[in-house]
Write a protein that binds this ligand. Structure first.
Ligand SMILES: Cc1cc2nc3c(=O)[nH]c(=O)nc-3n(C[C@H](O)[C@H](O)[C@H](O)COP(=O)(O)OP(=O)(O)OC[C@H]3O[C@@H](n4cnc5c(N)ncnc54)[C@H](O)[C@@H]3O)c2cc1C
Length: 333
């Protein structure tokens, strides 16, 4: 038998081999430690942190982010004004060096729990379904906005029809603005928007359901209320767009703000029995864990203020909580 080299000889005297990375204590090893569903700001940020923890991660990229119709992501430190697609491309590029992270263009359609693991089914671009297993799941699937059924709303969504003054108020500051909606919601939004412009008109498209106090508060800020029904929004060479009232009158505005209703982009949270809040968001605890053990959520899908940088922060937070929970499970007491 040939003599062992010095290095090999000393290795043979080393204490019993220890696993290089933590592994689940028992049971079959699943394909991934974490599957992240959604490759927006929340999902990619979580993938970055988990990649840096050497976790085996699959990111399922099911398509465009919520802000796809918008020309730019505003208010994201160091990326203010970047195109939405470019922000995500930069994120995907940063993930390339983390070899334990895989990104697939695929849409998750089903999740089944098997004890402490999950089996996911996902449909790729060709329509072919595949299944894989994971220890934990992060839902970063975002929401979808429901626009009022008014001609032109969808066409101008993200450019002239805006959802948030924090995201877009600065770009339309000091210009003629409208705020669309009724009741308390339109009152609050109009008062907020009046921070960016002194020319704000509330358009309620029929009875505004405004209390006397709401009307007084609007009047004090110089905000006019128009309750005539609206037939459509149309392009205007001078101002950007105009609202066309049923009376035939036109109101030229640079932008219309509205508070759109929204719903979850997928039914995966419901399918897996995750608790939803009264507003339809996925409830999470302070560790970003849903009511279902092993399923975490981050970004717009959860309650709270919706901004790309906040979604990224929540993704990072969820990733840290996931890694710490996995570590606890791997290191017996
Ligand atoms: C018009 C508009 C403009 C905006 N502008 C700004 C702005 O300027 N600044 C700002 O900070 N915020 C802005 N926002 C808000 C911002 O878009 C969101 O806060 C942010 O995108 C939330 O990130 P997220 O990762 O939670 O969700 P998303 O960015 O919506 O990403 C969710 C991802 O999950 C994917 N997905 C969904 N279901 C599945 C599935 N079953 N399988 C696989 N993938 C799936 C979706 O395709 C999507 O890519 C804007 C929003 C809108 C609507």
């Amino acid at each position: 038998m040939p003599a062992l080299s010095t290095a090999a000889a000393s290795a043979s005297k080393a204490p019993a081999a220890r696993p290089r990375r933590h592994r689940p204590a028992t049971g079959p090893v699943p394909d991934f430690d974490v599957v992240i569903i959604g490759a927006g700001s929340a999902g990619l940020s979580a993938a970055l942190v988990l990649g840096r923890c050497l976790r085996r991660v699959l990111v399922c990229d099911g398509g465009a982010p919520r802000n796809a119709p918008s020309p730019a992501v505003q208010g994201f430190l160091t990326r203010d004004g970047t195109k939405p697609a470019q922000l995500l491309e930069l994120g995907l590029h940063e993930l390339e060096r983390y070899t334990t992270v895989e990104v697939r263009t695929t849409r998750v359609t089903a999740i089944v729990r098997h004890g402490k693991q999950f089996e996911l089914t996902a449909e790729g671009e060709t329509g072919r379904s595949r299944t894989f297993t994971t220890r934990k799941i992060l839902l970063a699937t975002g929401v979808e906005d429901e626009l009022p059924p008014l001609e032109g709303m969808r066409e101008f969504w993200g450019s002239g029809v805006l959802h948030c003054p924090y995201c877009h108020g600065w770009e339309v500051r000091d210009q003629p603005l409208a705020v669309y909606g009724q009741g308390k919601t339109v009152t609050g939004l109009a008062l907020l928007v009046s921070r960016w412009s002194r020319d704000v008109v509330v358009c309620t498209d029929g009875p505004g359901n405004l209390t006397a106090n709401a009307r007084r508060r609007l009047r004090l800020q110089g905000i006019q209320v128009r309750e005539e029904p609206i037939t459509r929004l149309q392009a205007s060479a001078d101002s950007g767009l105009e609202l066309v009232f049923e009376t035939g009158q036109l109101l030229a505005r640079r932008a219309v703000f509205l508070h759109a209703h929204q719903h979850q982009r997928t039914n995966l949270a419901e399918q897996t029995g995750c608790r939803l809040t009264s507003k339809g968001a996925v409830w999470v605890d302070k560790n970003n864990q849903t009511s279902q053990p092993g399923i975490y959520a981050a970004g717009d899908t959860t309650p709270g203020t919706q901004q790309a940088i906040l979604a990224a922060a929540q993704g990072a937070q969820a990733a840290i909580c996931l890694n710490e929970q996995l570590t606890r499970e791997e290191c017996p007491k």
